[in-house]
Design a binder for this molecule. Structure first.
Ligand code: KG4
Ligand code: ZN
Length: 340
């Protein structure tokens, strides 16, 4: 049984093939970074047009290189949402059209469930129940995951997502797009304790996040520096990164306490951040809990996470029709269980 995965929610075209017995047999990724770089962020119309250019040739390549014929594919999984509407529609239209032609189901996957399922692509996947921290460019959320598909949102960002804050701070620091890795790299040159940045919402109870004030604080700090040297910028990058990381660490500790679960799972683009991984590793050691995060290549958007999520939702394949559905907004707690 093989599943073709198609990811087109933002600025990466991801195509993958997941095989029930062999695991991930193909994983192709095309990043549009060069296309959007001059604009300092993703231009939605350019993203959609590029997905149109890349999607079918990449599917063709994946089938060819893995010696897979359409008759060997049991289902297609595509990102139904959340994401950019035009970009999502490209993936949805291609998935549903191929499904019609090949007479197989095409199942729409929630992008954040895809990120969560990227942790299943290892030989030692996390065991339910666990607390999941999903941190990407569009989302920051803590979830109690009782079983596949049974998720309770414990807390989420009330404004900017962590990745979005990284991207905006990168712009302030004159760094390129995407900002997260660039800020992290600059922060390695920073000197600790040069600035005291707030840890938003950590003094109040609760598990929500707010990164917008931290962003403003960064901007004000930079404005107050008369001659901002490279060392100053690195110090600010470090202060910002440490503030985000410590805030997340505090909230993860609270979520583990609240649920009583003994496993913490980390996924999404920001889970590639080395300082965050180190801080959560430390937390897991102190609290004697297990920690699990995806391989670096599966942290940011990819087709493999969508393919495996589609495979894990096979109980729903028989309910799929040919309607082309894309949901730019799709609260994760509206997702049904995996084995209803
Ligand atoms: O999951 P993802 O690829 O796309 C979304 O679903 O949004 O996440 C992209 C986000 C961007 O905001 C990017 O700056 C951030 O993840 N990111 C990082 C790192 N690598 C990617 N943020 C901090 N440190 C990193 N190493
Ligand atoms: Zn993502």
């Amino acid at each position: 049984m093989r599943v073709l995965g198609i990811e087109t929610s933002c600025d990466e075209t991801g195509i993958a093939l997941f095989d029930e017995s062999e695991g991930l047999i193909k994983d192709l990724l095309y990043s549009q970074i060069d296309l959007h770089r001059d604009y300092g962020g993703v231009v939605p119309e350019l993203a959609s047009r590029d997905h149109i250019r890349k999607c079918l040739p990449m599917i063709d390549q994946a089938l060819r290189e893995s010696k897979t014929t359409p008759s060997q594919i049991s289902a297609i999984a595509y990102t139904e949402g959340p994401g950019l509407i035009g970009a999502l529609l490209v993936g949805a239209s291609i998935a549903k059209s191929l499904a019609l032609a090949w007479n197989i189901p095409a199942i729409g996957i929630h992008h954040m469930e895809g990120h969560l399922m990227s942790t299943q692509l290892t030989s030692d996947p996390p065991k339910y129940p666990f607390v999941a921290l999903l941190v990407s460019g569009g989302h920051t959320q803590l979830m109690a995951c009782e079983a596949p598909g049974a998720y309770e949102i414990l807390g989420e960002s009330v404004d900017d997502a962590a990745g979005e804050a990284f991207d905006k701070v990168a712009k302030m620091l004159g760094l390129g797009y995407p900002g997260g890795p660039a800020v992290a790299k600059l922060a390695t040159q920073g000197r600790p304790n040069q600035y005291q940045f707030p840890r938003p919402l950590t003094k109040k109870p609760g598990l929500n996040f707010s990164f917008s004030g931290l962003k403003t604080h960064t901007m004000n700090t930079l404005r107050k520096l008369p001659h901002c040297s490279n060392q100053d910028r690195a110090d600010v990058a470090l202060a910002f990164e440490e503030a985000v990381v410590e805030t997340i660490q505090i909230k993860c500790a609270r979520a583990l306490e609240k649920t009583g679960y003994s496993t913490l799972v980390l996924a999404g683009g920001v889970s590639a951040n080395a300082r965050l991984r180190k801080a959560l590793d430390l937390l897991s050691q102190e609290r004697h809990v297990n920690i699990n995060y995806p391989e670096l290549r599966f942290c940011t958007d990819n087709g493999a996470m969508i393919a495996i999520a589609g495979f894990l939702r096979k109980a729903q394949w028989s309910n799929c029709d040919h309607t082309i559905v894309a949901r730019p907004r799709w609260p994760m707690n509206e997702l049904g269980g995996i084995n209803p």
